[in-house]
Design a protein around this ligand. Sequence first.
Ligand SMILES: NC(=O)c1ccc[n+]([C@@H]2O[C@H](COP(=O)([O-])OP(=O)(O)OC[C@H]3O[C@@H](n4cnc5c(N)ncnc54)[C@H](OP(=O)(O)O)[C@@H]3O)[C@@H](O)[C@H]2O)c1
Length: 301
Amino acid sequence: MTNSSDAPTRTVTVAGTGAIGTAVARTLLKAGLTVTVWNRTSSRTSALVDDGATAVDSVGDAVLASELTLLTVTDYSALDDVFAELDAVPGGLGGRTVVALCTGSAADADRTAARAESSGALYLDAGVQTAPEDIGTPAATILYGGSRHAFDRHLSVLELLSTARHVGENPAAAAVWDLTLFGVWYDAQLGLLRALTAAREAGLDVAGFAETAAIQLGHVVAAAADTAGEVLDGEYPRGPADLREHRMVVDELVAQRAGSALGDGGLTDVSRLLDLEIGAGRGDLGLTAVTLPSGRQRDQP
Ligand SMILES: NC(=O)c1ccc[n+]([C@@H]2O[C@H](COP(=O)([O-])OP(=O)(O)OC[C@H]3O[C@@H](n4cnc5c(N)ncnc54)[C@H](OP(=O)(O)O)[C@@H]3O)[C@@H](O)[C@H]2O)c1
């Protein structure tokens, strides 16, 4: 079903009414949209029906009821079960758009995109960077990978749920973006935990230390855009220290962290990279030089 008009999408299906699906459906109902819901355990749709949604018995009927379907099930294995039913819909999905709001891998997203497209649907894969209670508030962000055309077509609906950010035509883009952002959080949080542990073990004022650690983390945040520019341009200006100076500090930290239950945060590997760069005559570069593309010969200045 392709909609040739530019009229905003008014009919939406939410398939899977767990925590995220219920929050999504409720937000759309509040905005006055026509909402069809389906859930494997049908009793879990009754509160939404009380709020004005229409419940249907099969996920095939649910997807056919709307031009846009938001699939909000546990994971991609659950999505495989859902698509096994959608594959059996006579005549396919006829140009409708399906969006999977699931946490998963790039391979999961690629597999599901191929499945949706072979059923005749446009596909968007979504990374939900938010808790159910924040859906429909300015605190929410959802990332989308896949058909830009489908994203633009349904943006008026997607923007009701969160800040909606299209991160690439590749369906896997949102999954990679989502997971990699979790990686940023783990690296920063575990860095903080290592530091607080070291402060505690040294008998320091841990609360006071945390205040100065927050300033240190702020330097990373403030420089993020400039650092991205260095990574993209392949220019590695010295900044606050050059690689020789960084190596001295990194080696001190490796010694300080020896035997720590939380490990050294990868600094032994970083020290090795710094040695290679310095040995190749690039010791006057800045720290971003450790991101040199893996294909480049490290022994050639
Ligand atoms: N909750 C969060 O804070 C949060 C935040 C970010 C991202 N996410 C992601 O959002 C997705 C949904 O999470 P959620 O919190 O809404 O999960 P949830 O509350 O546990 O709900 C899971 C839903 O999936 C359905 N389901 C499970 N297996 C199924 C299957 N084999 N076939 C059909 N339906 C199946 C369940 O149906 P039944 O009722 O029949 O069991 C239920 O509707 C997950 O990928 C999660 O990682 C969640």
